[in-house]
Every structure is written in C-alpha cells, then in structure tokens.
Design a protein around this ligand. Structure first.
Ligand SMILES: CC(C)(COP(=O)(O)OP(=O)(O)OC[C@H]1O[C@@H](n2cnc3c(N)ncnc32)[C@H](O)[C@@H]1OP(=O)(O)O)[C@@H](O)C(=O)NCCC(=O)NCCS
Length: 184
C-alpha cells in the first residue's frame, strides 16, 4: 500500500476564545496557565486530525509570553503541523489577541508542541507524511528538523560535562553559586 500524505491545511485548527474575568490573575491579566491549557488543546486537535488518532503531549519547546493578555480581548490560537517524524508531530501555534473595540491585534505567543499519536491500546502509531505546498511550509519543516537535531546534540554535549574541568570551574565562577561537594 502506498504511503499516505496529508497537507498542512487538512489539520489546521483555529480557536477563538473571549478572555473572561474568571481567567485573570491577581494583577488583572490573563493567567499563563490558562493560555497553556488552550495551547495544549489546539495542539491536540491539530495532531489528532493529522494522525487520525488521539495524541499525547510529549514536550513543549519554549513558551514565551511576549505580551500580557487583557480581560475582554478575543484570543485566537492558530495551530498547524510543522513537522512529522514517525509517531511524533511538531505543532506550531501562533497566538494573537484582539482588542474588540479598536480591532488592534497583538502577537502574544508562538510555541511548538511535540505530540505523539497513540492507538486505542496506548501504543504509539505511525502518522501520515506531510505534503508541503508552500515555501513557508518547507521552511517551517526544515526549522523543526534543525531544532530536533540541535536538541539531540545539546543532550549529548550535556552528558559530557565534567564538573572538575577548567571550563566548568570558569563557568561556575560566573554565577552566584558556591560548590561544596561532600567528601571532596
Ligand atoms: C512521549 C511518549 C509517547 C514517548 O514514548 P516512548 O515510548 O519513550 O517512545 P520513543 O522514545 O520511541 O518516542 C516516540 C516518539 O516521540 C518522540 N519523543 C519522545 N520523547 C520526546 C520529547 N521529550 N520531546 C520530543 N519528542 C519526543 C520521539 O522522538 C519519537 O518520535 P518519532 O516516533 O517521530 O521518531 C511517552 O513518554 C508518553 O506517553 N509520555 C506521557 C505523555 C503524556 O501523558 N502527556 C501528558 C502529560 S500530562
């Protein structure tokens, strides 16, 4: 059987939510945790649409809260599959908040969720390939592949860190830390 490919558009998800006073923190801005929950929901929806299976969140690659979101703003989260591996997918999400009275739109957040498709028994399953139809889609796919490669390299580099090396001592000297190893 030939391999199935799906377009990015087939699994794009957009969710608009009005920010209510019950979503705010003590400073009157929207809770970061509430936004994280919405991000997870759209990532889940997009990954599940692409894969045709329920998915779990494997990791989240940086969530920067660029600007606070106010009560009364209309927040829109746009999610699409940027990259597929075997069972994993990287979902890119852009968050914008609109002041309904003025129509001003601000970019509040961009983040990348890695989701893994699972079957009904909870075993990971292979997902369809991705049919890239625009230069932006190709660019996003390559950026995700590069980020995955960098993360793997970073993991290897960190395993090699030697606490006793001169480089480690120089690094520690730059921070507000005292080293008092037991038995040293
Ligand atoms: C994430 C999870 C599926 C990985 O399962 P695993 O048996 O360790 O599987 P593998 O190491 O073979 O990884 C499976 C895929 O996930 C990817 N993956 C695993 N851990 C990852 C991580 N931390 N970040 C990004 N990708 C990850 C792998 O690269 C692999 O991708 P591929 O199939 O496209 O090549 C598993 O650890 C899990 O189910 N975790 C709990 C998820 C969950 O409950 N989330 C909600 C938290 S409340």
């Amino acid at each position: 059987m030939s391999e199935l490919f799906k377009t990015v558009q087939q699994s794009q998800v957009s969710l608009s939510v009005l920010m209510l006073p019950s979503h705010s923190n003590f400073g009157g801005k929207i809770h970061g945790g509430y936004l994280l929950s919405l991000l997870d929901q759209v990532a889940f929806a997009s990954a599940s649409k692409h894969s045709g299976h329920y998915c779990v969140t494997a990791s989240v690659d940086v969530v920067n809260f660029l600007r606070p979101i106010e009560v009364g703003e209309l927040v829109t989260l746009k999610a699409s599959v940027n990259f597929v591996g075997n069972s994993s997918m990287v979902i890119g999400i852009r968050v914008e908040a609109e002041d309904i009275r003025t129509g001003d739109v601000k970019h509040c957040n961009s983040s990348y969720f890695t989701m893994v498709a699972k079957d009904d028994a909870g075993k990971k399953v292979s997902v369809p390939g991705l049919l890239l139809r625009t230069k932006d889609e190709v660019r996003r796919f390559l950026a995700a592949a590069a980020a995955i490669r960098d993360r793997e390299q970073d993991k290897l580099d960190k395993r090699k860190l030697d606490p006793a090396s001169e480089a480690s001592k120089r690094e520690l000297a730059n921070h507000r830390v005292q080293v008092a190893l037991a038995g040293a």
